[in-house]
Design a protein around this ligand. Sequence first.
Ligand code: B12
Ligand code: SF4
Ligand code: SF4
Length: 308
Amino acid sequence: MSGKPLFIERLEQNGCFGSVVSAGHLKELEEEIKSLHRDGLLHDSIYREFADPYFSPRLPRSLSDAKSIIIVAVPQPMIRTTFHYVGRKVRVVVPPTYSDAHKVTWRARNELKRAFEPRQYKLVRGVLPAKLLAVRSGLARYGRNNITYIPKYGSFHRLTSFYSDYDSPIDYWQEKEALPLCAKCSACIKACPTKAIEKDRFLIRAERCLTYLNEKDASHAFPRWVGAEAHNSVIGCMRCQRSCPYNKEVADWYVDRGVFDEAETEYLLQERYRGRKAATIQRKLKAVGLELHIFPRNLEVLLGKEQL
Ligand code: B12
Ligand code: SF4
Ligand code: SF4
């Protein structure tokens, strides 16, 4: 018998992972990110765009006397999507966590409820800096790429947090820890196509991260310094995750989902999306974790390549 609370053991039996800290640490989470910005380490654009609500978390009105914050990691694969284009089949990945966000959040909540049975606790979804919480609670560790890692599934997981009236006998709050190999490994630094990960600082230059650039509305063109060879996913980027030794077991974990025929691919490349046709293709895109607003820019740069 390990010393873990029963609900954490039960989560693990059902393929999920969790940890808990006292709700009293909320201010420290906020202050930690604010201080990075104050010290000039966190670029203004990133800070401003995500400050509200992620970097200024507040206890929810419906649970203003919350006792704890619970964080759950649910393993998730990549999605491999197929686009038919001028007689070719182009297969491209959508990184873990873009698809099934609601389904996975729902699963996290349900697994938590089951894990607490027969007790019933309130669970209110948190909007918090999830990676920092996962690492501060001991659930995960940071990689040099600033992504979090859990045993066995590496960075292939989705994090979801909940405020709760569960008064945990254990507060897992702890110092941040990096993955042991990061001290002598530089695979992600070499693999990063935009030099967002630097040797001499742990915090990445998020404003250079390809994900920051390709999640934007397609009216924002890619900066000229981003080379064509940088692109590797319909949205986001998998280079630092797939090159990491801690992802060796999962680096090729994907499920095939979503096939866009020639007409649909042509339509996505058109730039004008209106009416019923747009609504139909939007539904199809949603199933693989994509949105019309990133087209045609992201697809245009990928269609010359085969990914997996
Ligand atoms: C803003 C944001 C972005 C921005 C900025 C990313 C960033 N690194 O800050 C952009 C758009 C670039 C982005 C990209 C991605 N994101 Co994002 N993003 C977020 C968001 C909204 C907030 C993240 C945040 O708090 N940033 C602020 C910075 C300051 O925090 P941090 O990165 O944790 O920084 C810490 C470390 O640097 C550490 N640190 C600093 N020095 C040192 C020294 C030592 C020794 C140690 C140990 C640690 C350490 O401390 C810092 C905090 O104090 C969260 C959603 C949420 N609810 O949290 C999702 C989230 C973090 N993103 C997610 C994902 C999946 C991604 C991508 C992998 C998407 C993709 N490509 O497929 C990339 C990864 C890019 C990367 N290498 O980090 C997931 C994380 C999953 C995971 N396992 O980590 C989240 C949680 C969303 C979700 N619910 O799924 N993202
Ligand atoms: S690739 Fe190497 S340095 Fe980067 S996160 Fe993985 S172990 Fe750490
Ligand atoms: S997601 Fe891509 S661009 Fe961003 S840090 Fe990782 S490798 Fe670099």
